[in-house]
Design a protein around this ligand. Structure first.
Ligand code: NAP
Length: 283
């Protein structure tokens, strides 16, 4: 697709961004949808997020993503937040809506879409989320909006996990949320286990947060770590016949949900996701 005077700018602001898949995912999507736009990744110094947002306004970028370490700090430089970003107090997607920069968060819905597109049903499910950092919060808030049976949070340290449970209870006082400590006390009860920690991420690829064999035989395992693609957790789960959902799916679906916000269109997400995975050599 050619670049001309009508080509619109989209961007990623983060640090580091050098190995990001986002430019490939978004430029492939623009190409597929026939949208005259380009997506660029910009590495922003820690103290420069305000200037970077001013630059996005000045260049009239139609939208941008925000990643580590700016997901919380960007909020003070925006004009408004949607419900998801307000609940999570973190933004990964900014949309330029007639000159107003509005923050959204598609991380959790990206995970939820990845589960659904892989045939994992959250309806009535007992879910174990491992981790209580930024990603676990996004996932917790998104899944809590669904008709789930319960969400347990397992985490190495207590503070952030208890805070996450308290924040979930505030929004959904009638639903069942618990902190279960740093080990799964009753593993056989879960339908879905989600690793939302960095355990197993390169270069420490031999790490895994739990042993899938102690969970029930119908339990599905999702790892949001996507480097490596096949983490030890998913390899262990897959080797005993458990259903697995890969972290790359969450990454792709959160990006496609950003595209829907920016362009006001419904996308055939699964079709584009398969195309992107095949371009990454994962199809
Ligand atoms: P974060 O805010 O720094 O949280 C890290 C979490 O991992 C915390 O719960 C932390 O526990 C736990 N943890 C880290 N090292 C551990 C260890 N050695 N043993 C036990 N627990 C450990 O990070 P984040 O932003 O939530 O990201 C977490 C992971 O998700 C990263 O690998 C990131 O690449 C991945 N991610 C993937 C996607 C996707 O689209 N697939 C999106 C976002 C993030 P404590 O609270 O005890 O420190």
């Amino acid at each position: 697709m050619k670049i001309d005077s009508e080509t619109r700018l989209f961007a990623l602001l983060g640090n580091p961004v050098s190995n990001s898949h986002s430019p490939m995912i978004h430029n492939t999507t623009f190409e597929d949808l026939g949208i005259n736009a380009r997506y660029m990744a910009f590495e922003i110094e820690k103290d420069d997020i305000e200037n970077a947002v001013i630059s996005m306004r000045t260049l009239d970028a139609k939208g941008f993503n925000v990643t580590i370490p700016f997901k919380e700090t960007v909020i003070g430089h925006l004009d408004g937040l949607d419900k998801s970003a307000m609940e999570m107090k973190a933004v990964n997607t900014v949309s330029n809506e007639n000159g107003r920069l509005i923050g959204y968060n598609t991380d959790g819905r990206g995970l939820l879409t990845a589960l659904k597109e892989n045939g994992v049903c959250v309806e009535g499910a007992k879910i174990l989320i491992i981790g209580a950092g930024g990603a676990a919060r996004g996932i917790g808030f998104a899944i809590a909006n669904e008709n789930i049976e319960s969400i347990d949070i397992m985490n190495r340290s207590q503070g952030r996990a208890v805070k996450l449970v308290e924040d979930l209870v505030k929004i959904h006082p009638n639903k069942d949320f618990s902190y279960v400590g740093s080990e799964p006390a009753a593993p056989e009860k879960y339908d879905i286990v989600i690793n939302a920690t960095s355990i197993g991420m390169q270069p420490n690829v031999s790490g895994s947060p739990v042993d899938p064999s102690v969970f029930g035989k119908d339990c599905a395992f999702c790892d949001i770590v996507y480097k490596p693609h096949m983490t030890k957790l998913l390899s262990d789960a897959s080797s005993i016949g458990r259903k697995v959902v890969f972290g790359i799916d969450m990454l792709i679906y959160q990006a496609l949900l950003s595209e829907e916000i920016w362009n006001g269109v419904d996308i055939e997400k699964k079709v584009i996701a398969e195309k992107i995975k095949s371009q990454l050599g994962l199809g």
